[in-house]
Design a protein around this ligand. Structure first.
Ligand SMILES: Nc1ncnc2c1ncn2[C@@H]1O[C@H](COP(=O)(O)OP(=O)(O)OP(=O)(O)O)[C@@H](O)[C@H]1O
Length: 805
């Protein structure tokens, strides 16, 4: 680019930075001043408040003045937060104020406008002239959607058409332009080329400077209730999701807060990997969770649900063991929407008969039997939904308990307990009584006032009454205390036998048909039933049972919903079952959903197809409310790695690599594990010497990961990290990790520990191998100590190199 042009840009940059600096300095006293003021006000707030309760009017007066002051404080804090947000935004801009420029001439106007784009906007002192536009503003779309030429963007007032005469990309560091490219249709995205050539990081980075057109469509989609993104490995799904969160927070800043957006991520380590993207963009993080965390929470501590990692570990390692086929059939069935319908029908059946309750016990005797509860519940109006009748039953139980509690005061154990009360317990009871006494006195005063007003007198009985009742009150409090846990557990629906209700589904075929109206029963049904009940008897649940169990629990106890959440994001969406999606939809009735996934990486048994007429996801809100965007360009890996990995998938030909060259994947066959491990260690050392410091040895299972880790260490490997499902944070270095925990992550170099037919030959293992290989950005190596997996053998020989030793 011409030196003159460069100079002009640097001059403009210097000017903008000067203005930024000036504004930052200008605001600084206000920011710090306000902070101190607010803190001081808060500190003094309660000191100054003295509540005057001598008369009602005075009390009201104090109350309103407190309310007024606290509203003022809140307003001041809001103002302060806005200012701090603005100030922080400017400080963030200062080292690198913008990354793009487009010159756009709107149709019908004479002059073209220069639009500079950065991570937030900055307006000149006149308040009109945008020196920097926020990348999320409508006009910034031009930068992402078009090369120079005819272009348009959408605004709330309609579409603006015009001509883009220039599109420029910058890399600016510490106020200096480092690189500057002018894009044209033929050149492509040079900045992207540079960005992708960099090394892996322990935290994901924002992509705002290089968002691609199809990613921009995801980020700004505001139409559909359900947005599905099916994208190849490395196509930027997670990146698009996170920038979309930032976009939503900007566009709907008056109505949506970060904590009204929730993202379901595959595991906690992934959560830590992506946690810096939004703060980098000046936004607060959305809520992050895993589906498992949700299950654990709502199933409560008395049940132990298996997690998805133990489930997949079983699926991958237990072939040939008794019951294996049945378990797989069970997984497929229990995660389907057929099973969901069966359970809905089961709910109707339970409305007529078959509810299971638990006796309520008290001091070794049954207070209220399950039969009584059942009879009571089926006595309520049968047109009411099951959960409403259970709620009425709950109310009835609480009343029953209250009268049983009264009766219990006569029981001999209460008197005995009274005799054994120690001093502390006495003191506690008397303290309570004292409080009751105060109340009594107050009502006394009130009664006396009324007497005077009404000119009537009553007998002076309160003291006598109190003395007489002293013992009775203590007895009462003893019984009350011992009934408290009963009341509490009734409130928590402990009288419903959910284990029994879920378990009784798994009877013989005829009984299952009767309860669910279901005609198609999966093969191995008897064994599926045996396994399920066996787990339940130990208060355990298979992973595939956890969501259905919760569903049944809610059929009976009422549905749990969260109406606060406005947007739900599901990353690695192919790993959730149709059943889980129905559940998420029900849980967040007021939310829109964005699901991002890749069916090519569907390694869990309950995988869901993201597109096509038979996709349960499309059915979830119906086609009219659903948009589907497909991403086929893969950005993570070099062209050679993408060519290699895409050929493993039956319909992988549509995946397009981004034009970034590198070495072909290297296949290494060695005689025996010891030699293989030695070679892997030598290769790791060589890769590190080349400057790659994020290297993953990827194994098929956690069991293999453990073995690999031990044996590499014995062979002299130092500084290796073993990643397990408990690992919380993702750090750079050399790690040994099972495929299913490496999902969503990326590494400079990936070494596939054992790519033999024993490890990868079944159809679901194809996707496992694909997922493992697609984690590599710059280098991919595969090892075997025997034959090559059929998925490797089937690849054209020109896609890889073979190591010769
Ligand atoms: N427009 C872009 N500009 C710069 N980098 C990008 C862009 N899109 C994607 N990338 C980079 O490509 C890599 C893969 O992106 P990301 O992890 O979002 O993909 P993904 O589709 O979620 O992958 P996977 O399904 O394999 O987990 C990341 O390093 C990301 O920064």
């Amino acid at each position: 680019m011409e030196a003159k042009e460069w100079r002009t840009e640097q001059e403009r940059l210097d000017q903008v930075r000067e203005k930024l600096k000036a504004r930052i300095d200008e605001l600084e006293p206000a920011v710090t001043g306000l902070r101190d003021q607010a803190a001081e006000m808060r500190k003094r707030f309660w000191e100054e408040v003295s509540i005057n309760t001598s008369t009602t009017e005075e009390f009201e007066e104090t109350f309103y003045s407190v309310q007024q002051q606290s509203a003022m404080l809140a307003e001041r804090e809001r103002g302060h937060n806005r200012l701090v947000h603005q100030w922080n935004g400017m400080k963030r801009l200062l080292p690198s104020p913008y990354f793009g420029r487009v010159d756009f001439q709107e149709d019908g106007l004479n002059a073209s406008e220069q639009i500079y784009i950065g991570v937030s906007s900055f307006v000149d002192n006149d308040g009109l002239n945008f020196l920097i536009y926020d990348w999320r503003s409508p006009i910034a779309s031009l930068y992402y959607d078009y090369p120079p030429g005819r272009a348009s963007y959408d605004t709330p007032a309609g579409r603006i058409e015009g001509t883009m005469t220039l599109k420029r990309q910058f890399q600016i560091q510490n106020g200096q332009i480092r690189t500057m490219f002018d894009a044209s249709e033929t050149i492509g995205d040079e900045l992207l080329q540079q960005v992708l050539g960099k090394d892996a990081d322990s935290q994901m980075k924002s992509i705002v400077a290089t968002i691609q057109k199809e990613q921009n469509a995801i980020i700004r989609n505001d139409k559909s209730r359900m947005l599905i993104v099916q994208g190849a490995a490395g196509s930027g799904k997670t990146s698009a999701a996170l920038q979309r969160v930032a976009y939503l927070l900007y566009k709907h800043r008056q109505t949506i807060r970060a904590d009204q957006i929730v993202l379901f991520s595959p595991n906690s380590m992934f959560g830590s990997y992506i946690s810096t993207v939004l703060p980098e963009l000046g936004e607060e993080n959305m809520q992050q969770t895993t589906f498992q965390e949700y299950l654990d929470y709502w199933l409560g501590p008395s049940l132990r649900p298996e997690d998805p990692f133990d489930q997949i570990e079983y699926v991958l390692t237990a072939q040939g063991t008794p019951g294996y086929e049945a378990r797989l059939q069970g997984i497929a069935y229990k995660t389907s929407d057929t099973f969901l319908k069966a359970l809905q029908n089961y709910g109707k059946w339970l409305g007529r008969e078959g509810m299971r309750f638990k006796d309520i016990w008290f001091r070794n005797r049954v207070l209220i039997t399950a039969e009584r509860m059942s009879a009571k519940m089926y006595d309520f109006d049968s047109s009411m939904p099951l959960f409403s009748r259970v709620a009425l039953l709950q109310e009835w139980l609480l009343n029953e308990l209250a009268s049983l509690e009264r009766e219990e005061r006569e029981a001999s154990w209460v008197q005995e307990e009274l005799n054994y009360l120690d001093n502390d317990q006495y003191a506690e009871v008397f303290d309570k009584l004292h409080k009751e006494r105060e109340l009594l006195d107050l009502s006394e005063q009130y009664a006396m006032a009324r007497e005077v007003m009404n000119n009537k007198r009553r007998g002076d009985e309160s003291d006598v009454y109190f003395a007489q009742r002293e013992e009775e009150l203590i007895l009462r409090s003893i019984v009350k205390k011992s009934f408290k846990p009963l009341r509490k557990s009734v409130k928590k629906f402990s009288f419903v036998d959910v284990n029994g209700i879920y378990g009784q589904l798994f009877g013989d075929e005829a009984s299952y048909r009767e309860k669910t109206n279901e005609n198609v029963i999966p093969p191995h049904w008897a064994e599926i039933c045996r396994q399920t009940k066996d787990m339940l008897s130990r208060n355990e649940l298979f992973h595939e049972d956890a969501t259905p169990y919760l569903f049944v629990k809610e059929l009976v106890e009422g549905v749990r919903t969260n109406t606060e959440i406005r947007h739900v994001f599901v990353d690695e969406g192919q790993d959730y079952s149709a059943f889980q999606y129905e559940y998420i939809k029900k849980l967040f009735p007021r939310a829109r959903m964005t699901v991002l996934g890749d069916f090519g990486q569907a390694i869990f048994t309950q995988a869901t197809k993201l597109q096509g007429a038979d996709s349960p996801l499309v059915r979830l809100y119906g086609e009219a409310e659903t948009s589907l965007i497909r991403l086929v360009r893969s950005y993570r890996s070099t062209r050679e790695i993408v060519e290699f990995t895409k050929s493993m998938l039956p319909d992988g030909e549509e995946i397009v690599p981004f034009e970034r060259g590198g070495q072909k994947p290297l296949l290494t066959r060695l005689d025996g594990g010891e030699k293989r491990d030695a070679q892997i260690l030598a290769d790791i050392a060589a890769l590190r010497a080349e400057g790659f410091d994020s290297i993953a040895v990827i194994t098929k299972t956690a069991a293999e990961s453990q073995e690999a880790y031990e044996s590499l260490r014995i062979q002299g490997g130092v500084g290796l990290q073993r990643i397990t499902k408990e690992t919380l944070a993702f750090e750079k270095g050399v790690m040994v990790v099972p495929v299913y925990l490496a999902k969503g992550l990326e590494f400079d170099a990936v070494l596939i520990y054992e790519a033999s037919p024993q490890a990868y030959s079944r159809e679901n293992e194809r996707k496992l191998l694909y997922t493992a290989c697609t984690r590599a950005m710059h280098r991919l190596r595969l090892y075997t100590t025997g034959d090559w997996s059929p998925f490797v053998q089937a690849l054209p020989a020109n896609l890889y190199e073979k190591a010769i030793y």
